[in-house]
Design a protein around this ligand. Structure first.
Ligand code: ADP
Length: 242
């Protein structure tokens, strides 16, 4: 068991965003998390990664309770995540973004020009894996949106995560780069990393995920293989409101 939530709940004012969600993420798989807009997927990610605190419920990672741990401590425990709107430092170079990803507190050292050779090597390895090693000296803001997403993904791997949460990896990315991202995720999964992916592009979900959990109104309503959830009447009802 990689990640499990039990009765996770969060409301904002009068709006219930996550409503008693009990979810089990399959270890070693590419898990998809889908559901209509406003069904609580992003809030679920934010709860799991410690960005917001739940009103109720627990988050367990590798059997250990991590509920309300700080985002930094959760990342350090092996849980990496990307954001729907890429979080990188636009005026830093690609390589600098990789190096600050190791430990944000090293920013001052980095700016003073001191670099750890092993970390630089590791950064170059991951940039190469993402196919953006030729951009290492470019400022991140000069990269295309898809390249920025690859940089964000590369930066996560500086933390050597076991479980990677991807928030809309294909959103706003051109089709050629979507294919590259899908292939990368499949390769990284084959090397033993577990993924949980929120994605609106159904072709990507169906082509990439082994197991899909469907959210509606803040909690899972069904789960299974991409094929089974796609034809489940509860899922059609949730999306179409019929
Ligand atoms: P999804 O990612 O599935 O689109 P969200 O988790 O973003 O869903 O949102 C779930 C519900 O919670 C929505 O009704 C949304 O408007 C509400 N919500 C999310 N974040 C906040 C917030 N910070 N303040 C108020 N309401 C929020």
């Amino acid at each position: 068991m990689s990640l499990r939530t039990e009765g996770l709940a969060k409301a904002f004012g009068g709006v219930t965003a996550v409503d008693g969600a009990t979810v089990e993420i399959r270890e070693g798989a590419i898990n998809g998390l889908i559901g209509p807009n406003g069904s609580g997927k992003t809030t679920f990610f934010n709860l799991v990664t410690g960005l917001i605190r739940p009103d109720a419920g627990r988050v367990l990672y590798k059997g250990k309770e991590i509920t309300a741990w700080s985002p930094h401590r959760i990342a350090h425990a092996g849980l990496g995540r990307t954001f729907q709107l890429c979080r990188i430092f636009p005026r830093m170079t690609v390589l600098e973004n990789m190096l600050v990803a190791v430990r944000r507190t090293r920013l001052r050292e980095l700016l003073a020009g001191s670099r750890n050779a092993a970390e630089v090597e590791r950064a170059r390895h991951w940039l190469h894996r993402m196919g953006i090693e030729h951009l290492e000296h470019a400022e991140a803001r000069h990269l295309s949106y898809g390249q920025q997403k690859l940089l964000e993904l590369a930066a996560i791997f500086m933390g050597d995560p076991d479980l990677v949460l991807l928030d809309e990896p294909a959103g706003g990315v051109n089709p050629a780069l979507i294919d590259r991202i899908v292939t990368l995720v499949r390769d990284l999964n084959a090397e033993g990393r577990t993924f949980l992916v929120v994605e609106h592009n159904m072709d990507v979900v169906m082509g990439m995920c082994d197991h899909v959990v469907v959210f509606d109104r803040g909690a899972p309503i069904c789960e299974g293989t991409p094929e089974t959830v796609q034809s489940d009447p509860r899922v059609l009802e949730a999306y179409l409101g019929v």
